[in-house]
Write a protein that binds this ligand. Sequence first.
Ligand SMILES: C[S@@+](CC[C@H](N)C(=O)[O-])C[C@H]1O[C@@H](n2cnc3c(N)ncnc32)[C@H](O)[C@@H]1O
Length: 283
Amino acid sequence: MNSHVKPLIRPDEMRLFKEYITELFGLVLDKNNEGLLTNKLLPRLEGLSLASFADYYAYLKYAPRRKDEHKLLLSLVTNNETYFFREEPQLRVLSEVVLPALKEKKLKCGERKLRIVSAGCSSGEEVYTLAMLVIESGCFLWDWDVEIRGVDIDPQIIERAKSGIYSGRAFQATPTHYIDRYFRKCDEGLKVKDILTRITRFTEGNLLELEQIIEEQTVDIVFCRNVLIYFNDESIKRGVHGFANVLLPEGHLFLGHSESLSRITCNYIPVRFPGAIIYKKRD
Ligand SMILES: C[S@@+](CC[C@H](N)C(=O)[O-])C[C@H]1O[C@@H](n2cnc3c(N)ncnc32)[C@H](O)[C@@H]1O
């Protein structure tokens, strides 16, 4: 490619790219993202010595190494914004209502196991927040088998989550006593302590294919916050049906505050609290 002439993306090529991104990952890019998408794709064309966007599209669809390129493409188009203790009203409902009720129910049937999934967990702040809240609730200590698992489609972000090292904005909403109790200083910032890593786990995966990584009817609670806003209705439907498959009967689903299931599915019953709506799987 002549390095002085930057290839242009034609409107029909842009439409094909956007449709393919939706098909692959469920993500919908609106018109405002088009300029950004073009700028992000250009270095990939250069990296692969391709002359046009049409060539890059063909590479994504047919090249033997296309799966590796899909991962790179995904890192370019996803929004990984996250921080500890995001959307506090929902977290309060989890701590004060859902966890105590779950404990009571589980004690009655003699099962001392808790499974929570964060689908679209980004760099792990949501997962470690949930781990801190489960520990602080005091409901599942001692001989309970607890696992909070983060799943994200972006392999680079999953590696960051596994490292458990954070700084700056990640702590913008974190009460100081959690920092003192659950983090220790390291060269790069603050690292989560073993008490959190013991009950957490991270897996690379597509939430639209959750049943490929998580056994059916084994999960008590799914968090999927600030992920579905980037999906179209069809992909949201696919995602939440998948959550219903892995959730136990009457399991709970937490979505972001701007995400709703009205018009999408009747598999869940909305339960309203001050400042938060959560969803319960219909029996
Ligand atoms: C904005 S972050 C939300 C992080 C966290 N849930 C929160 O609320 O702070 C969205 C994350 O969803 C992930 N994601 C997008 N599409 C996905 C898919 N199909 N499967 C799994 N993760 C996905 C992105 O990689 C990104 O890390």
